[in-house]
Design a protein around this ligand. Structure first.
Ligand SMILES: [Zn+2]
Length: 479
């Protein structure tokens, strides 16, 4: 309908997109008009027809965030369980030994997804990439949430096994990997054909070390023949780095390049342990140039990794070398604004300088760099013709006061607390800080049951048979 246009009058600050500079800028006291197809007016006075009108006084309009890497699956269930744990002999990483211990039922997968979506959208995410095992109601729930979502059904040929908390072994089953690959492609195709028009698919070999060279190449080929992105975890831990060095003599980035997988359509989660990282034994520094030359994207998720003592060295350095670094949340708290703050702090600590990245750099990573990773020029920006994906921020919120530079207040202080509403395709998906289309509270209750179940089963899933209070110590002793 031509006249289903909504106009927001006199928005105090619009974070608009400047086509000439190809970057964001502040627009003051202007109107914004949009319909379900996108923005039809940004800044200045709108004199066209409209069906609805609201006031933008004391409001900021922000482009929706693009989260290029998150996991529904069992991640939300592990919240509060393993944050203080890790395998000492594997650089303190908890991934291999502890994530294997969490057992999850099909109904809990659904609750997990709902909570993740609610939390992400409340923090201003309008586009997300969910890397998870496929399940029956995945597309249905993603579509119901109102978000723009890419499914990335993971598949792999090897499983992780940690013996005696000291060594990472891979247990190969190529037949199962190939079956999972075929199933993943069906899900990717179903998402792309989904009638909502807001779903997409990504080909996602799970980890660089758990897939054979042949499978990685077949996955890239499947993505390229469909013109969809590819994503893989690579250079995410030192255990994986050492495994690849032993197997191929190459870093993950060099190996992906040699296989022909490294390209503009590849999103690498998390790409921390490149040859120039201080923890590696390499004394070269070529990986960042390879990433930049091939125009691959790094999915940077600082919260989860810095929680385990690992940090990308550094966001500013990657950016200055020309690498497209986008942001993801990986695991809980699934809060994009907290992720952005952590990205800034980690960069300044790892880069040993306040000048490593600025607020605008991190904001760019959470919006335009993510859009670039997904091959899209119609999201991550408030511009004519772009999708009407945006957040409304309450400038009068205590955490936003006093205000000199609104983005700084939002990233350094207020985070999602100041987000009033979030829209995707011009439709409200978060209102008053609550997801509109999801049973978020119901899912939270289910998640508690699922976590109780998982904790009861930790011991049975542990090859060493340790008790749950040994595997996941509480932070304080009982009194
Ligand atoms: Zn991940």
């Amino acid at each position: 309908m031509a006249n289903d246009i909504h106009v927001i009058r006199n928005v105090t600050t619009i974070v608009g997109y400047d086509e000439n500079r190809q970057g964001h800028g502040y627009l003051s006291d202007g109107d914004v008009a949009y319909d379900a197809n996108g923005f039809v007016h940004v800044g200045g006075r709108y004199d066209g027809v409209f069906a609805h009108e609201t006031s933008g006084k004391d409001r900021i309009l922000l482009p929706g965030f693009v989260n290029v890497h998150c996991h529904s699956g069992e991640e939300p269930i592990s919240k509060g369980v393993f944050e203080d744990e890790g395998t000492a002999a594997l650089w303190g990483n908890a991934l291999y030994e502890y994530s294997n211990l969490i057992e999850i039922s099909d109904s809990a997968v659904e609750a997990s997804l709902t909570v993740m979506l609610g939390d992400l959208m409340r923090s201003g995410v309008t586009t997300l990439v969910d890397i998870a095992g496929p399940h029956d109601t995945w597309l249905l729930t993603l579509a119901k949430s109102g978000a723009r979502a890419y499914v990335a059904p993971g598949f792999r040929e090897a499983a992780w096994h940690v013996e005696d908390s000291r060594r990472l072994d891979l247990v190969w089953d190529k037949g199962r990997g190939r079956e999972a690959f075929a199933r993943a492609l069906e899900v990717v195709d179903a998402a792309r054909a989904h009638p909502s028009g807001r779903l997409g698919g990504i080909v996602a070999p799970s980890q660089v070390e758990t897939c054979s060279a042949e499978l990685l190449q077949a996955a890239a080929e499947a993505g390229r023949s469909r013109n969809v992105p590819i994503t893989v975890h690579a250079a995410q831990t030192m255990a994986e780095h050492e495994e690849l060095m032993r197997r191929t003599g190459l870093t993950a980035v060099q190996y992906l390049n040699e296989l022909g997988v490294l390209g503009e359509d590849l999103i690498i989660g998390h790409c921390i342990f490149v040859d120039g990282h201080s923890w590696t034994r390499q004394r070269t520094d070529i990986d960042l140039d390879l990433l930049a030359d091939r125009r691959a994207t790094v999915a940077h998720c600082p919260v989860t990794f810095s929680r385990s003592g690992m940090v990308l060295q550094s966001l500013g350095r990657y950016r200055r070398r020309g690498v497209n670094v986008a942001l993801g949340t990986d695991s809980y708290p699934f809060n994009m604004l907290e992720e952005m703050r952590q990205a800034m702090i980690c960069a300044r600590v790892a880069g040993r300088s306040v000048f490593d990245v600025g607020t605008a750099d991190v904001f760019e990573a959470a919006t335009l760099a993510g859009a670039r990773a997904l091959g899209r020029s119609d999201i991550g920006r408030i511009a004519l013709g772009a999708k009407a994906d945006f957040s409304i921020i309450d400038l009068k919120h205590a955490a936003m006061q006093p205000v000199y530079d609104p983005l700084r207040n939002l990233l350094h202080c207020a985070a999602e607390r100041a987000i009033e509403a979030v829209y995707v395709d011009g439709r409200e998906v978060v209102k008053g800080g609550r997801p509109v289309h999801l049973d978020y509270d119901g899912a939270l209750a289910e998640l508690q049951e699922a976590q109780d179940f998982a904790v009861r089963h930790l011991q049975a899933n542990d090859p060493a048979g340790r008790a749950s209070n040994v595997l996941a110590r509480r932070s304080l002793p009982p009194m």
